[in-house]
Design a protein around this ligand. Structure first.
Ligand code: AMP
Length: 433
């Protein structure tokens, strides 16, 4: 088969790396890819993965490429092309593509749509309401004593959520998003949710329109600095499994969240093929949905795929075809930890083009895989090309072994200004060391 993966981050490197292991794949392209993706080789035939210089949101060029190369299956990594309708466009042109169509991708591209859907189907979520008018929004925020999350409805590069601890802050957030449009048209509507306390966790399930199969647990670290300090980022590290959800709690989440979600999709004719990835807060009164994403989480993918034992091509094909009920997901019982190496200044402004040392030394360690996120090749060297540069992932017999190995590998890598969190998986290991 000929495959095309769309995207350029750590998630796409992990997807490409895993897809390249499948004996079904004879050629594999990635648009636009990165320096690490371009070094991957196919298990069958040993050919290199080829990066194509087309952006993930340039739908006409991606379509032209897929038609010209007669791509058998396109795999979409990021949310933006899904929200722009890449799946509908490819399918209209007779191409097979994995990911939700534009209507199904609304679970991520519209928080207002999702919030109303959750309430229609009795799926546990925060007390909330949707607004397009500031005074009603402020009155609702006041009824929550200002302790709330104010969220732009549309996609805002992961930044459209403001957490407020009192009425003045809430009024300010409502003014910023709804009136001053600081996130642009994404803020034409807002969702206000009561502030939920608890442990945050993400779930992933692969869906084929009828069946949804849950992945094991994982946990991301959103803040830039140790101890969950500093600004929010796209994710500074992950680990799997996460010990906060027992098997019974996972089964409860499946029953309370996934099943009614699938039933709601069926009732409304939403044909969801892809990954549904709810962000949950584990509160004292049970798990509650904060949001849905409609694609793989970037740092989560880097800890899931090294544990996945199924052939990823077969799994994605079953998700496209509606035959997931015939597939049993198989997971390596080992643990994985991914430590993100970021450019100094991230998530604010940062320099690019810094040469990266020690990649080969880290990659030569058994059970270590260095996924590239923001890298490029310049003058025969691998250089930094983004905020999150690398995801150093290790497999270990337990979380501690995986964590120690991931840090030992991360220590071998250096670039000017680079930094990483030292406490990835720390919460899970707390009390055990
Ligand atoms: P979202 O993009 O909706 O997941 O929001 C981004 C982040 O804001 C989440 O990962 C949480 O850490 C936080 N957050 C969102 N909604 C709430 C809420 N209702 N209560 C507490 N924290 C929240």
């Amino acid at each position: 088969m000929k495959l095309l993966v769309i995207g350029s981050g750590g998630r796409e490197h992990a997807l490409v790396w895993k897809l390249a292991q499948s004996p079904h794949v004879l050629r594999l392209w990635c648009a636009p890819g990165n320096a690490g993706i371009a070094q991957e080789r196919l298990a069958k035939g040993g050919g290199l993965v080829e990066c194509v210089n087309v952006g993930a949101e340039d739908l006409p060029k991606l379509l032209a490429f897929a038609l010209a190369e007669k791509i058998d299956l396109t795999v979409v990594g990021p949310d933006n092309p899904l929200a722009l309708g890449i799946v509908d466009l490819f399918q209209t042109n007779g191409l097979r593509i994995w990911g939700p169509n534009q209507r199904a991708a609304k679970f991520e591209s519209s928080k207002a749509f999702t919030q109303e859907f959750l309430e229609r189907y009795g799926i546990p979520t925060a007390r909330s309401a949707v607004f397009s008018e500031a005074s009603a929004a402020k009155a609702f925020a006041a009824s929550l004593a200002g302790r709330c999350a104010v969220k732009a409805d549309g996609l805002a590069l992961g930044k459209g959520v403001l957490i407020c601890s009192g009425p003045a802050e809430a009024d300010q957030a409502i003014e910023d998003i709804l009136v001053r449009k600081s996130f642009g048209p994404a803020g034409t509507h807002i969702v206000i949710q009561e502030f939920l306390e608890g442990t945050e966790i993400s779930l992933h399930a692969i869906c084929d329109g009828k069946t949804a199969k849950l992945f094991p647990t994982s946990q991301d670290h959103k803040r830039a600095l140790d101890g969950d300090q500093g600004p929010n980022t796209g994710g500074m590290g992950t680990y799997s499994p996460a010990p906060f959800l027992t098997g019974a709690a996972l089964a409860e989440a499946e029953r309370m969240i996934l099943r009614p979600w699938l039933e709601g999709c069926a009732a409304e004719g939403i044909d969801f093929h892809g990954i549904i990835y709810p962000g949950l807060m584990l509160t004292r009164s049970g798990p509650k949905v904060l949001e849905f994403n409609a694609r793989f989480g970037d740092p989560e993918t880097q800890v899931y795929l090294p544990r996945l034992e199924n052939d990823l091509v077969e799994l994605l094909e079953a998700s496209v075809d509606g035959s997931l009920d015939r597939i049993e997901l198989k997971w390596n019982p080992m643990s994985t930890v991914c430590v993100v190496l970021a450019s100094g200044g991230y998530p604010g402004s940062y320099a690019k083009g810094k040469s990266i040392q020690g990649l080969d030394a880290a990659a030569s360690m058994p059970n270590v895989k260095v996924f590239h996120a923001g890298t490029a090749r310049a003058g025969g060297q691998v250089v930094t090309n983004g905020g999150r540069v690398l995801g150093v992932t290790a497999l270990g017999k337990d979380l501690r072994a995986a964590r120690d190995l991931a840090y030992a590998a991360a220590e071998r890598i250096a670039f000017e200004g680079g930094f990483f969190r030292r406490d990835i998986a720390g919460k899970a290991l707390m009390g055990t060391e």
